[in-house]
Every structure is written in structure tokens, then in C-alpha cells.
Design a protein around this ligand. Structure first.
Ligand SMILES: [Cu+2]
Length: 486
């Protein structure tokens, strides 16, 4: 028990450090670093489990750097399995992208791999394994890049969300492959296809009790959700200063769960999605699908002993996770329940419609069009793009230096967060309706039986994978590749 406590304390400290070592890291960002992948034991509400952990020898969880400087890292695989780390959302040269058998060979147990690239962007990103089902064991960590021109004195607080099951990832996948009747039930289909009123659905987490009686919209049932490896029974408590601004850097690192984020008493201002600045949106509830990020500013009131939970409820569930912002004088931290009365609804487009990129693409005619038809066979648990399952795919092709439109046509009964490597795209159309200056993203949520169009400039030659970021969908085939024509 003491050992476990130490792990928790260790993790809290390194997260706290991440929020407070900007100055030191700023000077050191050009230095070579080591990122060590280890395994460790944690306790999730009384259940012992082992997890992966990616940290630097100085204790920093993940990485924090400055735009314009170089990321020069030796990744050490101190686990017992092969792995590869991918830098999610970062525009890197193709050979740095970290996709096994596409851009590099896996790093064997005990092996190392050197990555070296310039940090071209500023924002909230993350790193994660692109090998097998390792994301379910949290082989993931924050990758935060500061803008050297950002004069804000906001305190950074990283909130990395994850989903927890006592079952092994292999067992979860085997169960899905065997098929679960509830997935294809008429009630589920009906619920998925149900059109949602935009304003109502933003707050659907509070209103819809009827969801509780219906089959779950999620194809994996989890026991708990985690924030920075901890549950609400023992949440991260981050000390904040009265009157100061906090920049929440929320990363959805969950394998299969979307969330409704709730800033509670603190009015929030959403300033970036997927690391890309938007025209700010005020609110207290925000949506985040798998692999996406939200940067939200909250101002801590002047009150000396303030406690402010930042919560995230899993879509289609009554479970929540979160962290607690507390001023130094707040001695007693109340506990917040892991389970709430109301079951949350599903994520939708209501937030996406509000997003306006601060730096959208320069409007240009589309030169080339790619179509991604998303298909699925629930009975066999096969997930496909253009009727092909990874790795048995024919790559799509683009030419260099073109404006490319990607049409994502979801023909399945489930939503899919689609992620493109090596590029940032603009959301340009949702279900036939144009989006003006839509958000710049690397991961877009596509609702069931719905079509989303995005555009990007083909300015980064190589072989880039595009895939669903629901881990078991990806593993079951929902991934393809876009190659630059030679
Ligand atoms: Cu999917």
C-alpha cells in the first residue's frame, strides 16, 4: 500500500511540475532528452492493475517544449514488448511519425530509437503508442508546446482522460470479436440515428434519463474513467492562485470513450481545439471525442479557500472523472462521486458548428478529392474504410502541393473520430452544409450515417495513415494510408 501511495504521490508531483516548470523547460527544450517507457502498478478504486508510463529521467510526464525549437529525444523501451511512439497532431517529417511497419520498425524490448524534428506548432498535443492495443494500458503522455510570443501568465493544468477496465485489452478485443448482441439491437440503432436538437444536446448530459434504460452506445463497457491515472476517489488536486487564470489542457487519451467536460462554477473559455486556436467560445460544458484536445481558460475567483472540480462524464454513461483545482488555503477537499444520477447522451455536432478557426486555410479551389467510406460489420466486428481492412489496403494517393478535400462518409451505426497523420485539416462541410472558417483539426468526429468534409494542403510528402481513433475499431481494420505520388 505504501508503495502504491508513493506511485500516486510521484504522479501528482510530476503533473504539478509539468504545470510549473515552463521557464526551466523553455531554456532546455533544445537539449537532448530521454523519454523512458516503463511499466508500473497502480490501484484503481481498490483494483490493482499495471500500466505503461512515459516520462523523462527528471520525472516530467511526457514532454513540454517551445515552438521553433527542436525535439531531440531518445525513446527507451523499458517494457517487455515491442512498441512505437507517435506524436499525435504534430506536423513532422514522415520518417519521424512513429507508425510501425509504415514509417519505422518497432522498438524492441530494451531498445532505443532517436527522434529529431522541429516543433512547428504551439498547442496541446500528445504522444501515444501506435502498436497494438497499448493505448488501453495508457502508453500515452502529454506533449505540450508553448508559443514563445504568448505573454499570458496562465497556469497550465494538464487533464488527460482515459478509460479503465479490469479486463486485459486482448480479452476486451476477443469479446468484441465474438460479438455482443446489444450492439446491433434495434433500440441502439434507433438511438444512434436520432437527430438531436443542437441546443438541447449540448446539455444532454443533464437531461436525458431515458438513455439509462436503453442499451449502451459504447461498444466497450468500462469500470471507471481516469484523469492523469487517478479516479475521483483519489483525484489529482492542483493548487491554483486566487484571481489567476488557469489554462486547462484537456487531452482525451481514452481508448473508446468520448466525454462531456464540465467546468462547474468556473465559466470556461474554449480557446483551442486539437492544438489550433479558435475564436473563443464561452461555456461550462464542452465535448471531446477520442484523441481530441480542448484548451479552456478558467479564472480562479479571489476567494481565499476555493475548491473547483473540473469533471468529465463519459458519453452514454453515468460515470465521471476529473481533477480538483484548489487554492493553497483550501484545507478540506470534498469528494465528488464517480457515478452520477443522469446518464449522458451522445456527442454531436453542436459544438463543432460553433467553432471558428483563428487561422483557417486560405480559400482555394479543391485540386484533388479523397473519399473515405466508413463501413462496419458489427456481427464480425470488422471495421473498414472503402471496403478494406488494415493492413490489407490499397493506399489512397495525392500529389504534392495541392488543396485536397477529404470526404468522410460514415455509413455505420456508430460515430468515428477520424485522425489524419502529418497534416492539419479544416472542417469545411457537415452533412451538406458548408462550415465557414471551420476548426483546424487533426481528429474529426463523424456521427453515424453522416458525412463530414475537410480540406488540407498536401505539403508534407510521405506515407500517412488515416484511421478511426477508437482503439478497437482501428485494431479491427479501420485504418488506411494516403501516399504522396512520386
Ligand atoms: Cu471507429
Amino acid at each position: 500500500m505504501i508503495k502504491l501511495m508513493k506511485i500516486f504521490i510521484g504522479m501528482s508531483i510530476s503533473i504539478f511540475m509539468l504545470a510549473n516548470t515552463y521557464a526551466a523547460t523553455k531554456e532546455n527544450a533544445n537539449k537532448s532528452i530521454e523519454l523512458v517507457i516503463t511499466q508500473k502498478n497502480i490501484d484503481v478504486d481498490g483494483k490493482k492493475t499495471w500500466v505503461y508510463y512515459v516520462s523523462q529521467p527528471n520525472g516530467t510526464w511526457g514532454f513540454e517544449g517551445v515552438k521553433g525549437q527542436y525535439f531531440d529525444a531518445t525513446v527507451k523501451n523499458e517494457t517487455t514488448v515491442p512498441t512505437v511512439l507517435h506524436w499525435h497532431g504534430l506536423i513532422v517529417p514522415n520518417d519521424q511519425d512513429g507508425v510501425p511497419y509504415v514509417t519505422q520498425a518497432p522498438i524492441p524490448p530494451g531498445g532505443t530509437y532517436h527522434y529529431h524534428f522541429k516543433l512547428l506548432q504551439a498547442g496541446t498535443f500528445w504522444m501515444h503508442s501506435h502498436f497494438g492495443l497499448q493505448v488501453q494500458r495508457y502508453m500515452s503522455a502529454p506533449f505540450i508546446i508553448h508559443d514563445p510570443n504568448d505573454k499570458s501568465d496562465a497556469q497550465d493544468v494538464v487533464m488527460m482522460l482515459a478509460d479503465y477496465s479490469p479486463k486485459t485489452p486482448d480479452a476486451i478485443f476477443a469479446e468484441l470479436k465474438k460479438g455482443m448482441p446489444m450492439n446491433t439491437s434495434a433500440a441502439t440503432k434507433q438511438k444512434m440515428a436520432m437527430p438531436m436538437n443542437d441546443n438541447k444536446s449540448m446539455s444532454s448530459m443533464q437531461s436525458d434519463n431515458s438513455m439509462a434504460q436503453k442499451p449502451d452506445l459504447n461498444d466497450v463497457k468500462y469500470d471507471a474513467y481516469l484523469t492523469n491515472y487517478q479516479t475521483l476517489k483519489n483525484p489529482p488536486v492542483i493548487r491554483v492562485q486566487p484571481g489567476k487564470t488557469v489554462r486547462l489542457r484537456i487531452i482525451n487519451g481514452a481508448a473508446m470513450s468520448g466525454f462531456f467536460v464540465n467546468t462547474g462554477k468556473l465559466p470556461g473559455q474554449l480557446i483551442a481545439v486539437d492544438g489550433n486556436d479558435i475564436h473563443p467560445i464561452n461555456g461550462t460544458q464542452f465535448q471531446i471525442s477520442e484523441a481530441q484536445r480542448l484548451d479552456i481558460l478558467v479564472k480562479i475567483p479571489e476567494q481565499k479557500d476555493g475548491v473547483y472540480p473540473i469533471l468529465a462524464q463519459g458519453e452514454g454513461t453515468n460515470m465521471q472523472t476529473g481533477l480538483i483545482l484548489a487554492t493553497p488555503e483550501a484545507k478540506t477537499i470534498p469528494t465528488y462521486p464517480e457515478k452520477v444520477k443522469n446518464t449522458a447522451g451522445s456527442l454531436d455536432y453542436s459544438q463543432e458548428w460553433q467553432l471558428k478557426a483563428l487561422y483557417p486555410l486560405t480559400p482555394k479551389p479543391v485540386d484533388e478529392t479523397l473519399t473515405l467510406n466508413l463501413e462496419g460489420d458489427m456481427a464480425k466486428y470488422e471495421w473498414k474504410i472503402n471496403n478494406q481492412m488494415w493492413p490489407h489496403i490499397t493506399p489512397l494517393s495525392v500529389h504534392n502541393d495541392r488543396r485536397v478535400e477529404m470526404i468522410i462518409n460514415n455509413q455505420t451505426d456508430m460515430a468515428h473520430p477520424i485522425h489524419l497523420h502529418g497534416h492539419t485539416f479544416e472542417v469545411t462541410e457537415i452533412d451538406g452544409k458548408p462550415v465557414t472558417d471551420g476548426a483546424m483539426r487533426d481528429t474529426v468526429f463523424v456521427m453515424p450515417h453522416s458525412t463530414v468534409k475537410v480540406q488540407f494542403d498536401s505539403d508534407n510528402p510521405g506515407k500517412w495513415v488515416v484511421h478511426c481513433h477508437m482503439l478497437y475499431h482501428q485494431e479491427a481494420g479501420m485504418m488506411t494510408e494516403i501516399d504522396y505520388a512520386k
